[in-house]
Structure formats: structure tokens, C-alpha cells
Design a protein around this ligand. Structure first.
Ligand code: ATP
Ligand code: MG
Length: 328
């Protein structure tokens, strides 16, 4: 399943993503983690030292390879150059799986060893001030979107994306690519204002959105969040000494994380699992086509000089069965 952590800057997206990833690994799940946050800190939060984090390959720099691989022999896509971030898979496209080796992972993913197992980590690469709002930024996040749209994920497989709740993800449709979106909010007015904006976009597309209260200090904080977001509040997380120790570069073993925080992480996993159980692959495919047509019309056709609507394979539905050979 595909899971996003979004929220206001500094709310704790990266921290909670990394704790959730550690929790999944402890539960022996298969995890691909993706750092698509403006501040690229997921590697560090997963225990990489500065040199290791800096050595992570940038997905944005491998966009041509990613496009070329995913295009496969799809006759509707003339060349990798004609592929934009929303180009949907069709007959002949190559799909990605969580548990496999492929050239995309080889170029863009690194294995990270945690206390309780290994996960794969991919990163968009650092954003600079000048990236924001311009083509470069789009291509960095676009690499993630292309991969998500070509990724066939199974029940005990998790793709966890640490991401910015930016307008780019609304325009491209990236925000509809997840079975569950966890909106991390501190109990402040600014914290919940990002929730309101997200909720508005999410409503029209049936996006499953849950709020994770973070840095919650007591019942008044919980009451505030409950009053602002109602039943969308899934769990709250308090200040964690474990996190603080990790930030000092002295991470205790993950099993020593506070028990109530560990229970919150399990609640996140349960919510994601529930949501995946209702995944409607046809709707999922329909939405990627919807946003592709929208992007084609607003800039893609002009940029590539082609009618990108022709890239849509009307008979194609992304589904587990497309990529995973059924037994017997
Ligand atoms: N529950 C927590 N307990 C203790 N410290 C926390 C907790 N949540 C977040 N922090 C601390 O708050 C700071 C911001 O958290 P984090 O980097 O995860 O936020 P972010 O939303 O990813 O920020 P950015 O927008 O900069 O990427 C970090 O120093 C982190 O260690
Ligand atoms: Mg972050």
C-alpha cells in the first residue's frame, strides 16, 4: 500500500515517517521509503550519517532512466522525451514492485539497515530555493509520481512517502496516489490550517485523510485538535525522549521507543491496512488518467508538441494481477 505523510513545515512529517518505517520493519513488512520532502532529512532520521545521506542518489537526476525503463515497449509512448510525470502505464509498460530488483531501484534506491530489518530508501534529491515553483522542482517530485503510478503494491508491502503538502501535488494528482494520507499537525491554528486546505482537495477525489496530532502535551491539546478536525483525528503523539536521543546521534534500540508512541504507530498501520483493503484499482487508474489529461492540456501538449491524450490506454487497469503472476 501507498502511504504519505504531509503537513506544515516542522510539524514532524519526517520524524513520524521514520518512526512508522521502523515500526513496519519491526513487523517484518516490506518497505520502500521515499524522501520527497523539501528538506531532505528522512535518511538522517533513519540513522544514516551525514556522508551516507549525502551519497543517496537523487531520483530527479535519473529521470531519463526512470522514463525509459517504465515506458518499456508501450506503443502509445513514442519516446522517453514524450513522457511526462503523469503519463500513465499501459500495455507494454514496465511496472515496479516493492519486492524485486530493477534498474530504477539500482539507480535510485539504497538499502538502509535498521534495528529490525532492512528497507529501501529513495530520495528526490535536495531542493534549492530556485527549484520551488519551477520546472526542476516538478521533475524531482515528478519522478516519484511516475514511480507511484507504475508501482503495483501488495498487502504486506508499504511505500511510505515523506512529502510536502505543496500545491504541486494537488495540480499533478500526486495527492490521490495514496491509500492513506497522514496529515501531521501540531495543536496550533497553523497546524490545522494545512489540514483544511488538504481536506478540501481530498474531498472530491475520495482521498483517505487522517490527522496525526504531534507534539501533543496534554488533554487540552487533544481537545483542541478534536474540536478542529473532528473524527479525522486518528491518534496523537507526545514529545518523545527516544526521538530527542536519536537527534543527539545516540539512537536507542527501536524497541525502547515509548510504549504509547509505539501503540500510535500500530494504529497508523491498522488504518493504512484497512484503507488498502478497499483499494479500487479501477478508480486508481481512472484518477491517474484524469490528471494526465488535465496536465497534458494545461502544459504537457505544448511542452512535448504532441497530443498526450493519445498515451492513455483505455483498456488498461493497474492491478496486482497485471504484475504478479497468479499461482496455478
Ligand atoms: N514527537 C516528537 N518528539 C520529540 N521531538 C519531535 C517530535 N516530533 C518532531 N520532533 C522534532 O521536531 C523537529 C521537526 O520535526 P521534523 O523534521 O520531523 O518535521 P518536518 O515536518 O519533517 O519538518 P520539515 O518541514 O522541515 O521537513 C525535529 O527536530 C524533530 O526531532
Ligand atoms: Mg521533513
Amino acid at each position: 500500500m501507498k502511504i504519505a505523510f504531509v503537513g506544515k513545515g516542522g510539524s514532524g512529517k519526517t520524524t513520524l515517517s521514520s518512526l512508522f518505517i521502523r515500526h513496519l520493519a519491526a513487523n517484518e513488512a516490506h518497505v520502500v521509503a521515499v524522501d520527497a520532502d523539501i528538506n531532505q532529512h528522512l535518511g538522517a532520521a533513519l540513522g544514516l550519517d551525514e556522508a551516507e545521506a549525502a551519497a543517496l542518489p537523487a531520483m530527479g537526476a535519473h529521470l531519463p532512466l526512470i522514463k525509459d525503463y517504465l515506458r518499456g515497449s508501450n506503443p502509445r509512448i513514442a519516446s522517453a522525451d514524450a513522457m511526462i510525470k503523469t503519463t500513465p502505464p499501459g500495455e507494454g509498460s514496465r511496472l515496479l514492485r516493492v519486492r524485486e530488483d530493477n534498474p530504477v531501484y539500482e539507480a535510485c534506491a539504497r538499502t538502509v539497515r535498521l534495528d529490525d530489518g532492512e528497507i529501501r530508501l529513495m530520495a528526490t534529491g535536495p531542493f534549492t530555493e530556485s527549484d520551488l515553483g519551477v520546472a526542476c522542482y516538478h521533475s524531482k517530485v515528478g519522478a516519484v509520481e511516475l514511480c507511484l503510478n507504475h508501482l503495483v503494491d501488495g498487502e504486506d508491502e508499504y511505500v511510505v512517502v515523506d512529502m510536502t503538502a505543496g500545491s504541486d501535488s494537488f495540480a499533478s494528482g500526486m495527492f490521490t496516489r495514496f491509500d492513506m494520507t497522514f496529515l501531521v499537525a501540531e495543536p496550533t491554528r497553523k497546524g490545522v490550517s494545512v489540514y483544511r486546505q488538504y481536506k478540501e482537495y481530498a474531498r472530491d477525489f475520495g482521498v483517505a485523510l487522517k490527522v496525526v496530532g504531534n507534539k501533543v502535551q496534554g488533554p487540552e491539546d487533544v481537545d483542541f485538535l478534536r474540536a478542529e478536525v473532528g473524527d479525522d483525528l486518528l491518534v496523537t503523539v507526545g514529545h518523545s525522549d527516544w526521538v530527542r536521543a536519536m537527534e543527539k546521534g545516540r539512537p536507542p534500540r527501536f524497541e525502547l521507543l515509548e510504549a504509547d508512541n509505539r501503540m500510535s504507530l500500530q494504529a497508523l498501520q491498522n488504518a493504512a491496512d484497512d484503507s488498502y483493503a478497499h483499494r479500487d484499482w479501477e478508480r486508481y487508474t481512472r484518477q491517474m488518467v484524469h490528471f494526465h489529461l488535465k496536465n497534458a492540456e494545461s502544459w504537457g501538449n505544448a511542452k512535448t508538441g504532441a497530443d498526450l491524450a493519445a498515451q492513455v490506454d483505455p483498456g488498461f487497469v493497474l492491478a496486482e494481477a497485471v504484475a504478479v503472476p497468479q499461482p496455478g
